[in-house]
Ligand binder design. Sequence first.
Ligand code: G16
Length: 550
Amino acid sequence: MSQLSIDDIRVLCDAHSKPLELHFQYGTAGFRTLGNTLDSVLFRVGILAGLRSKRLDGKTIGVMVTASHNPEADNGVKLVDPRGEMLEAAWETHATVLANASTTDDFLHALDLFVRNVKIDLSKPSRVVYARDTRPSGVALISSLEDGLKAIGAEARDAGVTTTPILHYLVKAINTKGTKESYGDDSEDGYFKKLSDSFKKLVAGRPKITPLVIDCANGVGAPIAAKLVEYLGESIPLILENTSITTLGALNNACGADFVKTMQKLPPSLVEVLKPGQRACSLDGDADRLMYYYLDDRGYFSMLDGDKIAALVAAFIVDLVKLAGLESTIKVGVVQTAYANGASTRYLAKRLPVKCVPTGVKHLHHAAEHYNIGVYFEANGHGTVLFSPQAQETLANHEPSTPAQSTALNHLVNLTHLINQTVGDALSDMLLVEVVLAHKSYTGVEWNSLYADLPNRLVKVVVSDRNAFRTEDAERRLISPSGLQAKIDELVRRYDGGRSFVRPSGTEDVVRVYAEAILKTQADELAFRVAGLVYDEAGGDPSRRPKEFL
Ligand code: G16
């Protein structure tokens, strides 16, 4: 590590010592746990980000400080690779090793080993762009991160308080600046212009869009959506709710995409706001998830989740590809996870190829890259659409032979600008949904009737060691604890249309249980019975066994 001043690193590392009793893990979406325990992790992530950039010849790496849908007291950090995608999987392991070195000496030793093993040329430049969401713990964590960046001598750019998808956008825009693949101007302004210009072109000539309510989860989506409103002008009336970003305890509390998806009901704060027939959507704490819903004429709540978004968007894109005369050159496919409602998978599989992968954007993103146009959405509302370089080239060079083909082609090109292809982006996805609804003249009711969801239930089980639960077959089956899967199979057989699976969360200290069945009461019962099995198997204290577990 001759190019670095070890003494400087040592001094700074001493100031950010690791709490001895804690173990950190780079999980589904980076490190994520209580915000007030993450000081040492942020410092070390700063160093790691700098080294990742050096390893990639000075390309800019992104660092996002957020815990997304988690409660306000949690925080987290994840790294973004140069094309705006999630950190390469092998480096997740390096991140975990470095974060857990007990002392400064252990850390310096692990760092030295790492630099040599991964063959990092320390004389290379190092560039990092970072941002945070609105969590109160974010301020101190950014300062720990900055110390890490300073220690490694990285050229650092502070993108301030912004959404996760904007940070991903910035990383790609910075790294493609001045090239023919330029992703856009590397500023928030560039992002807003790109989205709003393409949106306006896509809805031009369609009937006026009716007002849409946005639940901003009292998070960073609020100020960012407020800026977007200015760029969108009169093209779409947006009503922003749950915008209290400075009220302590408000973030994701009884609002936001995760609340709506898990509780399958309206955030209480919208009860007086939403009118029968009106559409609304919820963002999560860092605005990378989107959940739509509406009240029907009788005031009943209906939810349109990530699966419904995938169905709406995939069908629209398939139609455009056909209309543009590109059916034989551009193949569209969909990627889902085990959480996808069985009815959505049946609906989609009749129309186009569908693949199931483990939870986590990185898995979906990579699988979607195998299609010319890959649509991926998790049921929780996380997703986007990827246009392969080959598909983008075809769209750029195709000579339409009729006016109808030309229109469809233009729409597809505009979609490549509207959609944030680096990662799931609630605001970009929201505009995408609005485009499709405007083109199809769909209300929420018509969109919802594409297929009927199978009743389902998601339950969290708190266990002492979630790592004891290991899965296979895209998380649809457990391989440990041994014998538990057989018990689940036995239970599932008793329910009409029953399906259930169990997997450890990568973002919260819990095991998740999903169940679906033909009837709602049966889906609930199956989920609670499986949750009971999980709790008992994990040695849960009988006196604290949640009473709903059967
Ligand atoms: C993150 C990931 C998502 C994943 C979610 C829940 O979302 O990016 O891909 O679906 O966590 O993961 P788990 O069930 O493993 O806890 P977010 O919005 O929290 O960043």
